[in-house]
Ligand binder design. Structure first.
Ligand SMILES: C[S@@+](CC[C@H](N)C(=O)[O-])C[C@H]1O[C@@H](n2cnc3c(N)ncnc32)[C@H](O)[C@@H]1O
Length: 265
């Protein structure tokens, strides 16, 4: 497994994923009952931004203008916590999620690559959090249903193996059998529009859902990452409205050819 997230850290795809994660946590946090969060593909946790990395077309475009968008304040605050005056670091999903945990909430982060797992252990130390080395799909079986009965599960695979989509669907079906009411965020890349649509169709059939997408290029070149999206199964009340207020701004700021493209449905 060669996937290194560092080059992609802070990309437009990361921005969308992490904003959706925060907004979902915020909606779920409106009920006082404790929440379980499972991050099945957690990554290293904290990334040093690379001069030639994809953050240039993601967080680095937003950061200097962050005061303009009050609705992005929670996201900017999570990023800001890991930076001084200059933007040098970018927090991954487990650090972002841990930023929004309340007393009594619990996060389990699973990472399969030993080096990334070790880095995550260094980056994230919190009494609310457990970090496991292993297979995130196995964790869907082993850790669900959670005793809290309320949970958010982020599934963010690298999509490098041809078997990834089938492993994802199998894992998701098992997870839903065990924990039907969980809120599942499933991230997907948009290179070939048809591949993305096939995945959306299959995942959407598994339950009530919301699809949110942000494209920075038109989806007409299959070799490039044109955009990304998330299918949210069992979306919490209010999430669609909140994303409707935020995602158009992201699309306008992160477009590569001047044309904002997004979808929330
Ligand atoms: C896209 S990155 C994760 C980024 C992270 N979720 C974030 O938003 O900051 C995917 C990660 O999944 C890890 N990985 C790949 N297959 C895995 C599996 N079956 N179980 C757990 N982790 C896996 C990779 O090593 C990589 O660190």
């Amino acid at each position: 497994m060669n996937y290194q997230h560092a080059f992609h850290a802070g990309s437009a795809a990361d921005v969308l994923k992490h904003v959706v994660l925060i907004e979902t946590l915020t909606c779920l946090g409106q009920k006082p009952k404790p929440l379980f969060v499972l991050d099945t593909h957690a990554g290293e946790g904290l990334y040093r931004l690379q001069a030639d990395g994809e953050a240039a077309d993601g967080i680095m475009r937003l950061w200097p203008r962050r005061e303009e968008w009050p609705l992005l304040a929670p996201y900017m605050s999570a990023v800001g916590q890991h930076n001084g005056a200059r933007l040098r670091n970018y927090p991954g999903s487990p650090l972002i999620a841990s930023h929004f945990l309340r007393n009594g909430d619990r996060l389990v982060a699973v990472e399969q690559a030993p080096q990334a797992h070790a880095a995550l252990q260094q980056a994230l130390r919190s009494e609310h959090t457990q970090i496991f080395l292993g297979d995130g799909y196995h964790a869907l079986k082993a850790l669900l249903p959670p005793p809290e009965h309320r949970g958010l599960i982020l599934i963010d695979p690298p999509y490098e193996q041809v078997t990834e989509r089938s492993a994802l669907l199998e894992g998701l079906k098992t997870a839903l059998l065990r924990f039907r009411q969980g809120v599942y965020l499933i991230w997907y890349p948009i290179k070939d529009r048809r591949d993305a649509d096939r995945l959306i169709t299959v995942v959407s059939q598994l339950g009530e859902h919301l699809v949110v997408e942000l494209l920075t290029w038109p989806a007409d070149v299959r070799s490039r990452l044109n955009g990304s999206g998330l299918v949210i199964l069992n979306p919490p009340f209010g999430l669609k409205k909140r994303l409707g207020e935020i995602v158009p701004t992201l699309a306008q700021t992160l477009t590569q050819d001047g044309i904002p493209r997004y979808r929330i449905r």
